[in-house]
Design a protein around this ligand. Structure first.
Ligand code: 3H9
Length: 714
């Protein structure tokens, strides 16, 4: 009953690309130079593959040609990988020797891959099928396939270990992070390094120097593999490392092992079999997320924003304000930090400086970057200089009147084009500036703590925010290297709103006899870095109480009025900042919290347990906490607050650390359960408990009734 209707959002790409694709062929000094020019990133579609093969075959037949260079006509990209828009679930295994890299490896004339820019996945596999590789030092080479729920399928699991050893090859696959051309050269993956303007001549020279009679194909090299004893150790370690929730990791390992023990040719067959058997829901979820992440900045009717944001004013130097300032400084934006008095200002500036000092000490940045960041930072206790700022972000305490007075000041002291952002997480943005004439420039810029680390920027538009200011917000997020999600104004916006039932359901379960640590364990097993109670300790329980009160105020019908958090706060167990919360310094404190749990259950009138604590499986707990979140996400869709359903998937992954291999909160329900089952499970919970948070909303019901995916939208 799994609903597999979820499709990548950009299926139309490939048609456009097929027409634009150009592979050119010219002969230069007896070398055939084949240039790939398939915009935007040279993703290898079936069309591009056959065009390359045609040209290589032409070169092999051309008696004037001694060698071949394969390079890109698109600056910055060699090949970004196989074309993901063409991915379909496989119905049968194929002959792996028909893949592009194997075809290239079969060339009778030497082929040199000349790499300048991204060389990823099928791109690196193609380069490894060539006889040799030349690259620029800043190129990016890697095999990120596991991030799409699949394994390298064009011989990457075979050729990479044979070129750089199993240990490093598995590291590249498991971390999914690309390495630079320079590192690749150090590892001997790349034979020669050169600057961009020397790329063609270096590649030609290298190509002409290769003697094919002495060449050993990458697939058959033995010299760079580790010794038998080393391999045993490496594999034993990797066996422990692979995450059973991400089957593609084990499958990549299986393919590598098969190749190392049985030889490259058999390894290719093993890779094909493992590829065929990849866990399809995980692959679907991750590929969905790939396109979802790239779609969030596409907002209809928003004009192009051709300026750069050079200067930002940050009002309030506390944790959030400081984090925002650091994010700006790290990305070359000048920051003016404003506080109410010199003492607070000094403390705020000090915190920012200390963060950069610690980065310098840990060698995360160099002295030049340190100096540049601190030179870009100024502090003030007045609005002097605000007239010239491009953007101001308010991060003062969550007090409506205080925010109102800040915006009144900003309307006087900033220029008429300045973006006026608020980082509020709980206050209605419409109300902050209801009587000001700069309402069209007011926008929510909601960062997640720590603001310089978390990758999401929630951009909130009020009924007055202009499209130009939305464009400016998107530009800011690009400069800060964050992923934006644009959401219309509502209490909690996207992330806090859809996740408010998560804490509620956790409290609900505790009052019905399930221990907080048991709940944390189940959610960790699901893939969250930490469970909800440990997370509360990190965020601060007092902050949690404040946020949940504001959510309860707005969505009282489906809130759970649990008392445990308040009881903890009354006992001064505020979380990590005081060393004690649900845990003591991160360690369980069963005895310490036992009475507090009882007190919470008493206040809830000791409700009947749903079932015996031992009978709860991980899946039961995960569904009780997460299905109401899916339900609330569907309500957000129903209220038309986001531009596309998948924005909520991105928001959940980037703002709440929802495990990315589950595809995001709505995709998880869609792909792993299906709309119908999601509806049935929620409805059953609603019937059993009478709690409104479980009552399926109209949108969810409609999708289930019409057999449509939850991602299909209104
Ligand atoms: C693979 O190779 C499997 C093999 O082993 C064979 C198995 C059988 N396909 O990210 P951007 C589009 S799997 C199709 O905004 P950037 C992207 O959607 C692949 N389309 O640019 C976007 O379209 P739009 C392994 C692709 O500069 C546009 O290109 N490779 C592909 O910020 C620009 O992309 C990867 O996983 C693709 N492979 O980042 C790498 N790649 O404009 C995937 C991009 O309509 N790609 N597009 O929204 C990336 O990581 C980044 O795109 C890259 C550039 C770092 C290259």
């Amino acid at each position: 009953n799994v609903d597999h209707k979820l499709e990548p959002t950009s299926i139309q790409h490939s048609d456009v690309k097929a027409q634009e694709e150009v592979v050119t062929y010219e002969v230069n000094k007896q070398v055939a130079v084949i240039r790939m020019g398939s915009k935007p990133v040279n993703a290898v579609s079936s069309h591009l593959k056959s065009s390359i093969e045609e040209k290589v075959s032409e070169a092999n037949k051309d008696t004037n040609v001694k060698a071949i260079v394969l390079m890109s006509a698109i600056p910055g990209f060699f090949i970004a990988g196989a074309d993901i828009t063409e991915f379909k679930p496989k119905t049968k295994t194929e002959d792996p020797t028909t893949r592009l890299p194997s075809r290239l490896e079969g060339s009778t004339k030497p082929i040199v891959a000349a790499i300048d820019g991204f060389c990823l996945g099928g791109g690196l596999e193609t380069a490894m099928g060539c006889t040799a590789r030349v690259a620029t030092p800043n190129s990016r080479l890697g095999l990120p396939e596991l991030n799409l729920g699949i394994i390298p399928g064009w011989g990457g699991t075979q050729r990479l270990p044979r070129l750089i050893g199993v240990k490093k090859a598995m590291e590249l696959m498991l971390t999914m992070k690309p390495i630079s051309g320079k590192e690749a050269h150090d590892l001997k993956l790349v034979d020669q390094l050169c600057e961009s303007n020397q790329l063609l001549s270096t590649a030609i020279q290298l190509a002409l120097s290769i003697d094919m009679s002495k060449n050993i194909k990458s697939l058959h090299r033995q010299d760079r593999l580790e010794s038998k004893a080393e391999l045993e150790q490496i594999f034993a370690h990797l066996e422990k490392m692979v995450d059973p929730r991400q089957p593609q990791q084990r499958q990549a390992l299986n393919a590598v092992k098969a190749g190392v023990t049985r030889g490259g040719d058999e390894g290719l067959v093993a890779e094909e079999e493992e590829s065929f058997n990849v866990h399809k829901p995980t692959a679907k979820a991750l590929q969905h997320l790939f396109f979802a992440e790239r779609a969030t900045s596409k907002i209809p009717n928003v004009p192009a924003y051709n300026k750069k944001i050079n200067s930002v004013g940050v009002i309030g130097g506390g944790t959030m304000g400081g984090g925002i300032a650091i994010a700006c400084l790290e990305n070359g934006i000048k920051v003016t930090l404003k506080e109410v008095n010199q003492k607070f200002l000094d403390a705020g500036l000090e915190r920012i400086k200390n963060t950069f000092k610690s980065k310098l000490e840990r060698k995360r940045i160099n002295q030049k970057q340190f100096d540049a960041a601190l030179n870009n930072l100024t502090g003030t206790i007045s609005y002097e200089g605000f007239q010239t700022l491009d953007c101001v972000i308010e991060a003062v305490l969550e007090i409506v009147d205080l925010k109102k007075s800040v915006f009144k000041d900003l309307s006087k002291h900033c220029n008429k084009e300045c973006i006026l952002g608020t980082n509020t997480s709980t206050i209605d943005i419409e109300s902050i500036a209801s009587d000001l004439d700069c309402r069209d420039r007011i926008i929510g810029l909601h960062f997640f703590s720590p603001a310089n680390v978390m990758p999401l920027l929630e951009i909130i538009r009020t009924s007055h925010t202009s499209n130009e200011i939305i464009a400016a917000g998107l530009q800011l997020s690009k400069q800060l290297r964050k992923t934006p999600v644009v959401v219309k104004n509502c209490v909690g916006f996207a992330v806090n709103r859809i996740f408010f039932p998560y804490g509620g359901a956790a409290g609900f379960l505790v009052d019905r006899g399930v221990h907080p640590y048991r709940i944390d364990k189940a959610l960790k097993n699901f893939g969250f870095g930490v469970g909800p109670f440990r997370m509360s300790d990190i965020v601060g329980l007092d902050v949690g109480v404040m946020t949940s009160n504001s959510m309860k105020g707005a969505y009282s019908d489906r809130a759970y009025d649990g008392q445990l958090k308040q009881i903890m706060v009354d006992q001064k167990r505020l979380g990590d900042k005081v060393g004690r919360g649900y845990y003591i310094k991160g360690k369980p404190d069963e005895e310490g919290i036992a009475d507090l749990i009882k007190a919470s259950q008493n206040r809830a009138n000791n409700p009947k347990p749903l079932k015996n604590q031992n009978e709860f499986t991980d899946a039961d707990i995960q569904e009780i906490l997460l299905l109401p979140v899916v339900n609330e996400a569907c309500r957000v869709v129903q209220e038309n607050l986001v531009y596309r359903v998948s924005d909520l998937d991105v928001a959940s992954v980037m703002g709440m650390n929802f495990p990315r291999f589950r595809g995001g909160i709505v995709a998880w329900a869609d792909v792993f359960l299906g709309a119908k089952k999601t509806f049935e499970k929620l409805d059953r919970l609603y019937q059993e408990t009478g709690m409104e948070m479980f009552k399926p909303c109209e949108y969810l019901k409609k999708c289930a009734d019409n057999n449509k995916s939850l991602e299909s939208g209104l």
